[in-house]
Design a protein around this ligand. Structure first.
Ligand SMILES: NC(=O)c1ccc[n+]([C@@H]2O[C@H](COP(=O)([O-])OP(=O)(O)OC[C@H]3O[C@@H](n4cnc5c(N)ncnc54)[C@H](OP(=O)(O)O)[C@@H]3O)[C@@H](O)[C@H]2O)c1
Length: 262
């Protein structure tokens, strides 16, 4: 068996679904562990993979740790073994701390975001030097099935969490505020929401071919409507607010990582 998943919830489940759909893993090559027999069978049935008991986890080449960080202490003694490879998606738990608890230094850390649900994740990937080239390639393939993988040093994980991890929340606030503007201007809520969503979708696609400043300049004609709106954004500090949001989220990720290290 190629992979045992310990914690197949929202994120572990999204990664598993993506990997099965992309053919990175066959269902016979994956198993799910959960301490409750009932939950384990339920999850295995939902994803069409094997249900693993305590011993079953040991038979897998690699283990994906997808539990909440608070549950890790309880899970660690159970999955600990020498020499195996561990891939963690737990936010804020450093690779070194994982290695100490699981008794192996073949540890990789990944940070996917909510985009994984629609196969548009930005996933950070880092690992301890003891992880083999095959471990890294396996993780790269696994997370590429749900979006784009960025190999970055672990020291940048907090910054990554500030921008890519928390970013969907910031973009959703922008989407909601644009829709509010539409309602204020007279549209029904459902129409305003649809317009704002489509604007963000189109902007994301257009940004694949041009820089943000160029795109803004293209829309903002001299003396026109867009530049009047841009002035309002600058007056109200939207640019600074978003910059600070990323900074604050990254700082908070750092605080949480420090607690995870303790
Ligand atoms: N959601 C995100 O956007 C996101 C992004 C990046 C990273 N992450 C990380 O992903 C991890 C999971 O987050 P999530 O949002 O997917 O949470 P979640 O939906 O609650 O998933 C956790 C899963 O672990 C299971 N579980 C609990 N205790 C277990 C144990 N002892 N052994 C095996 N399985 C156990 C839970 O089962 P029950 O349902 O029975 O409790 C649940 O299915 C977290 O560490 C989080 O930091 C999440």
């Amino acid at each position: 068996m190629k992979l045992a998943i310990v914690g197949a919830g929202k994120m572990g489940g999204a990664v598993l679904t993506g990997a099965l759909r992309a053919g990175v893993l066959e269902s016979s090559e994956v198993g799910i562990y959960h301490p409750s027999d009932r939950r384990r069978d339920e999850m295995a049935h939902r994803f069409g993979v094997r249900a693993l008991d305590d011993d079953g986890v040991d038979t897998a080449e690699r283990v994906l740790i997808g539990v909440k960080p608070q549950a890790f202490e309880a899970v660690a003694p159970l999955i600990a073994r020498r020499g195996g490879c561990f891939l963690s998606i737990m936010a804020g738990v450093p690779a070194d701390a994982i290695a100490r608890r699981v008794g192996s230094r073949r540890v990789l850390r990944a940070m996917p975001n909510l985009g994984a649900r629609v196969r548009l994740s930005s996933t950070a990937l880092a690992g301890l030097p003891e992880a083999t080239a095959e471990d890294v390639a396996f993780a790269d393939d696994l997370f590429s099935a749900v979006g784009r993988v960025h190999r970055i040093p672990e020291s940048l994980f907090d910054a990554f969490t500030g921008l890519a991890g928390s970013g969907p929340a910031f973009a959703a606030v922008v989407a909601e505020a644009l829709a509010d503007g539409g309602v204020r201007a007279g549209f029904r809520r459902d129409v305003a929401r649809d317009l704002s969503r489509q604007v963000l979708l189109a902007t994301a696609r257009l940004l694949e071919d041009s820089g943000p400043a160029d795109l803004k300049d293209e829309v903002a004609s001299p003396g026109g409507t867009a530049i009047a709106g841009v002035r309002a954004l600058e007056e109200h500090g939207v640019r600074y607010g978003l910059l600070r949001a990323v900074e604050e989220a990254a700082a908070r990720a750092g605080e949480l990582s420090d607690e995870g290290e303790a």
